[in-house]
Design a protein around this ligand. Sequence first.
Ligand code: 5RP
Length: 229
Amino acid sequence: MKNTAGTEAAKRAAGEAAAAEATDGDVVGLGTGSTAAHAIRDLGERVAEGLDIEGVATSYQSRALAREVGIPLLSLSDVARVDLAIDGADQVALDENALVKGGGAAHAREKVVASAADEFLVVADDSKLADRLEHPVPVEVLPDALARVERAVRDAGGDPTLRDAERKDGPVITDNGNLVLDCDFGTVSEPASLARELSGVAGVVEHGLFVGMADAVFVGDDDGDVRRT
Ligand code: 5RP
């Protein structure tokens, strides 16, 4: 399900280019995943050199990495606005300003942080670009609402699959204690409309469609070059 085609060089280039946007005094949203991790490591190096920022983590994973590299952290529950948020994506349709996120099952907190950000910077290798979104959409679901949400996803034209944990029996449990349905809608012709429909289903905690939220997308390629759009 997760797009792992991009090279580390491309991911690093994108992550570091976005991290360079942080300046003294900023509160920075720290995304989840391998591309955002490059940004976090780079920010950690700059903090060691004197950059004065505070981070807000979007997952246990990004919190652990931020601690490891020495970024001072605020608790998300205390934060109403951040200066910039840097996060990855599973697929990016540039022309529609639409993303699929949630390959790391962190999209609920990621959306809270992105929506609180003055600037939401997306970092991606060029394998993530698509003309239209067609990546399955992760939907975080209250466990007791699983059957109800599966039905609603089918009614909306999707094919839901409960995400299983790779290294143990049983489903993936999010940092919030919920389940994830990966919902295949084929090509998503109207992302904003699908996003509204999914948000309206009782039992959906959050879905991974981010429509109209990105302020900039940093796209890295295998040569380490970055295009900002
Ligand atoms: C986690 C996410 C990630 O940002 C997305 O899955 C991209 O990850 P990666 O940079 O490792 O490809 O949305 O919930």
